[in-house]
Design a protein around this ligand. Structure first.
Ligand SMILES: Nc1ncnc2c1ncn2[C@@H]1O[C@H](COP(=O)(O)OP(=O)(O)OP(=O)(O)O)[C@@H](O)[C@H]1O
Length: 261
């Protein structure tokens, strides 16, 4: 009788990425359970964005595996990975500025339904898409801005809309690049709550520099230093980890404190 292996929402196995002769990702192993919120932190140039690019299919890995709910996704195209239930939002905004909040969300929902539908099937689905867009609009607390063009929203509202579009297709694993970058302290605090609410029951990975956001949001922290994950643990244990202190966190916290004065 074979033992059944636990299936993780996302699993990286000895993942490596080389650009030319330089190995940027150097054998990353990571197993993220369904429903966990994970922040990826580390110094500039450590490979955090590259890791996101490997997971979301923007780059193929040089070797190793990426598994989404136990299925190999490495080497697949970003849209294929998206259809399998992993959705990524970018630091650069991917909303349509001249469409309203509602229309942006509906586009996100319709896109996620795929290209394979006939026109009649599409029409019958339109009603569902409208209902889903309404529901998303409430989740991201923009229902009062229903008909406002995206370009006329505040920056924080645009970021909220982006997250609405990212979750529109019902993806179970969500990747967010620095979701609160450029926000004021009070906007950031509110935004962390919003992210927690809209990703409830889903698996979340963020790349994050702001330690306030990291400790406010993450169930677990993955510390990437020079292309390797040197720690993957709860915030308290990561904070207390001597190797992390030495390699990164001590200086990051010190920088943040210095910035606050
Ligand atoms: N397409 C590419 N071609 C060549 N080198 C690359 C490419 N993308 C990233 N790199 C290199 O890989 C290294 C890691 O970059 P990456 O952007 O992943 O780091 P990061 O941890 O996200 O940094 P930051 O916190 O500054 O955003 C850097 O030295 C970068 O120059």
């Amino acid at each position: 009788m074979t033992m059944t292996q636990p299936t993780y929402a996302l699993e990286l196995k000895d993942l490596r990425k080389r650009f030319g002769k330089t190995e940027i990702i150097r054998g990353v192993n990571l197993a993220v359970e369904a429903g966990e919120r994970v922040a990826i932190i580390g110094p500039n140039g450590a490979g955090k964005s590259t890791l996101f690019n490997l997971i979301s299919g923007r780059f193929p890995p040089s070797s190793g595996e990426v598994l989404l709910h136990g299925q190999r996704i490495d080497g697949k195209k970003p849209f294929e990975i998206n259809r399998q239930g992993l959705s990524r939002s970018f630091q650069i905004t991917n909303i349509f500025p001249k469409l309203s909040v509602f229309e942006n969300l509906r586009c996100g929902v319709l896109w996620s339904m795929g290209y394979g539908y006939s026109f009649l099937r599409f029409l019958s689905r339109l009603h569902d898409a409208n209902a889903r867009a309404e529901q998303l609009m409430q989740m991201i607390q923009l229902d009062r801005k229903r008909d406002v063009l995206a370009m006329n929203l505040t920056y924080a509202e645009q970021r909220a809309l982006e997250i609405g579009i990212t979750i529109a297709g019902g993806a179970s694993v969500i990747l967010l690049d620095e979701p609160t970058a450029g926000m004021s302290n009070s906007e950031t605090a509110r935004f962390i709550q919003l992210i927690k609410q809209v990703t409830e029951g889903r698996t979340l990975l963020t790349v994050e520099h702001d330690m306030g956001v990291v400790f406010g949001l993450a169930d677990k922290i993955a510390v990437v230093v020079y292309g390797e994950v040197i720690a993957f643990d709860t915030p308290d244990r990561v904070r207390a980890n001597a190797r992390v202190q030495e390699a990164y966190l001590g200086s990051a916290v010190a920088d943040q404190q210095a910035g606050a004065h």
